[in-house]
Design a protein around this ligand. Sequence first.
Ligand code: ZN
Length: 135
Amino acid sequence: MLDKIDHVGIAVQNLNEAVARYTALCGRGPDHLEEVAPQKVKVAMFDVGESRVELLMATAPDSPIAKFIDKRGEGMHHICFKVANLEETLARLQTAEMDIIPGAGGEGAGGSRVAFLHPKSLLGVMVELVEYPRD
Ligand code: ZN
């Protein structure tokens, strides 16, 4: 099952400029900055209540974010749902014939594990699923 909306991901061309805009919007700076090498992105996270906004900038021309911006420009890239068990959720979604993007179960920010569902399965919006390590 899906626990909550973990964050909304926004593809940006220039992370410093995007952080400045969201700092102005939120009235304070980002809560977390990280480079996620396996996804070829740098991210800035702004906590907003129980959820977050994730600004994503490509670190390589073949990054999924670079490709997205080439095709569609800057803007909303994905919505992320937190799940308790990524394996179980993916198995259920496979049965539901969702289009899971290859490489599911990869490493995300903060030691999490993530998977992505193709936008064509979900009305034009990419969905990310995240499972956080239990502490
Ligand atoms: Zn994300």
